[in-house]
Design a protein around this ligand. Sequence first.
Ligand SMILES: Cc1cc2nc3c(=O)[nH]c(=O)nc-3n(C[C@H](O)[C@H](O)[C@H](O)COP(=O)(O)OP(=O)(O)OC[C@H]3O[C@@H](n4cnc5c(N)ncnc54)[C@H](O)[C@@H]3O)c2cc1C
Length: 258
Amino acid sequence: MKIIRRPHVYLVGRQTVNQPEIDNFLADHNVTGWTTDTNVAAEVLPEVAGRLCYMSFKKPRPGGNSAYLGHIKEVGHGSVLEHGVFNFIITGVSRSFTHELVRHRAGFGYSQLSQRYVDESVADFVEPDCIGDDPELHEVWKSAAQHAQEAYVKLVEGLQAKFQNVEDKTLRRKMARQAARSILPNATETKIFVTANARSLRHFVELRCNEHAEVEIREVAAMMLEILQKEAPNVFGDYEFLTLPDKTKAAETKHRKV
Ligand SMILES: Cc1cc2nc3c(=O)[nH]c(=O)nc-3n(C[C@H](O)[C@H](O)[C@H](O)COP(=O)(O)OP(=O)(O)OC[C@H]3O[C@@H](n4cnc5c(N)ncnc54)[C@H](O)[C@@H]3O)c2cc1C
C-alpha cells in the first residue's frame, strides 16, 4: 500500500490564438492597427471579447492588456474572462478532495478515474499531514486503510463468484468493483481531468485558497494559482499569497467574484 502525502497538478492544455482570423474580423470592421501586448491566449481572447462588446479597438486606453483586464476586474465585467480556458490533470488527491472539487459547477468540466472500471486493489491512499506527522495516529490510519483495501479485494473475489452467471467478463468485473468500492475510504487516491475557464478558476481560488477551506483542496488551489499566475499574470496576478499560522498557503485579492 503506497501512502501519498502531496498532490500533483499538471497543466496539460492551454489555448492558442488564431491571429489571422482576428485580423480578418478587424479588417472586416475597418479596424486597422489594433494589437495587444501579450501573446497569452487566455489574456488576448478576453480582451478581444471585451473590446467587441463596445467595438473599442480603434482608440485603446494606454496600459495594454494588463490595464484592460485590470479594469475588467475592477468593474466586475468578469464574463469576458470565461473565454480563457485551461486544462489540468490532478493526481495524488483523495476522493474527499474530488468530492469538494466537483461542487464547482459553473464553467468547470471533469473526467475522473472510474472506481467501477479500475481495479482498486492496488490503489494508493492520501494521508493528511496532521495524521502522517503523528506516529500513533499514522498507525491507526494506516491499519484502517490496509483493512479496507483487504476487504475490497475479498469483496471483489466474492462478488465475481456470485456473478459467475454473467457471461461478459468485463461486465462481471464492473458489477463486482462497483459494489466492492463502497468499502473504500475517502482517502483512496484518485485522478481527475479538469477543464475550467478563468472566471470560474478565480471563484474557485477565492473559495478554496482561503483560510476557511479544507487543507488538501487549499493546497491544490494554491498549486493551480501558482501555475495560473505564471501562465496568465494579467488575469491572475492580482492574488497575493499569504502564509497562515499553520504554515500553509492562502491567497487573497481585492477583486472578489468578478
Ligand atoms: C469553506 C467551505 C465550506 C463548505 N462547506 C460545505 C458544507 O458543509 N456542505 C456543503 O454541501 N457544501 C459545502 N461547501 C461547498 C459550497 O457550498 C459550494 O457548493 C462550493 O463551494 C461551490 O461553490 P459555488 O456553488 O459558488 O460554485 P459554482 O457551482 O461553480 O457556482 C459559481 C456561481 O455560479 C452561481 N450559480 C451556480 N449554480 C447556480 C444555481 N443553480 N442557481 C443560481 N446561481 C448559481 C452562483 O453565483 C455561484 O456562486 C463548502 C465550501 C467552502 C469553500
